[in-house]
Design a protein around this ligand. Structure first.
Ligand code: HEM
Ligand code: HEM
Length: 190
């Protein structure tokens, strides 16, 4: 039982890998959808929940990266070197996205003067405009703008790579029938 939690095997991935993959994966997809929606619809009421859940992703992403450093990437179930290489590049981009998105979001909010509030708990205080308490004054306008453009452009890259990643796992499951998706769903393969 302990090995099932602590060690990735070629035939079966650990419960830790499965839990972190699906927890981070599903949350990132939801945050991308909520992010694009709140931007398009100017839905300001969604900002606090988007930010708080995004900051939790950062914690999970750091744990996941430490876990990957310890375990290495899961051993591929295919011998095709091109597919192995492309999957490796996609996994690197995806795991990097899980750090860049929360960090750029946090820098944008904190430097924009909005502060950082995690589910009601103030981590960084806002910087209200003394002449109009409804508004805030940027702490560092340049940095806030840079972080905003990183957050936006990285969101488009993330959406593209996540889509390719999902299509690739469907290709493995439906056409190659090689157990790649089933292994990530917790099944023992081979
Ligand atoms: C419905 C959505 C998703 C499906 C069906 C899916 C499926 C898979 C599968 C089958 C693998 C195993 C690949 C292998 O054995 O080489 C995998 C690995 C991976 N996926 Fe996803 N994935 C999804 C969403 C995501 C998202 C949103 C992210 C990004 C945050 C992500 C990041 C990764 C990474 C980094 C790996 C490498 C192994 C690991 O670190 O866990 N996945 N995914
Ligand atoms: C994995 C984590 C995250 C993902 C996937 C994500 C995704 C997104 C997306 C897709 C957008 C819309 C981009 C656009 O087209 O303008 C967005 C906007 C935004 N995000 Fe995030 N986000 C994450 C984390 C965070 C965090 C941690 C914060 C702040 C603490 C944050 C703050 C914001 C803000 C303030 C906006 C609106 C920007 C504007 O006014 O245009 N995000 N996010």
């Amino acid at each position: 039982m302990w090995i099932g939690i602590m060690k990735d095997m070629k035939a079966q991935l650990s419960k830790t890998t499965l839990t972190l993959h699906w927890l981070v994966g599903v949350t990132v997809i939801l945050l991308l959808i909520v992010g694009f929606y709140m931007d398009a619809a100017k839905a300001r009421e969604l900002y606090p929940i988007h930010k708080s859940i995004g900051m939790l992703v950062l914690v999970l992403a750091v744990v996941r990266i430490l876990w990957r450093i310890r375990q290495g990437w899961p051993q591929p179930l295919t011998d095709n070197l091109l597919q192995i290489g492309l999957a490796r590049i996609a996994h690197w981009i995806l795991i990097t996205v899980t750090i860049i998105m929360p960090v750029s979001g946090m820098v944008m909010s904190a430097m924009g003067g909005h502060g950082l509030i995690l589910f009601g708990w103030e981590l960084v205080a806002a910087n209200p405009d003394p002449n109009n308490l409804e508004k805030v004054i940027a702490v560092d306008k340049g940095l806030a703008k840079l972080a905003k453009s990183v957050h936006e452009s990285c969101a488009y890259i993330a959406a593209l790579i996540v889509t390719i990643h999902i299509l690739a796992s469907l290709y493995h499951h439906l056409l190659k029938k090689d157990g790649t998706l089933e292994r990530m769903l917790g099944k023992k393969v081979e």
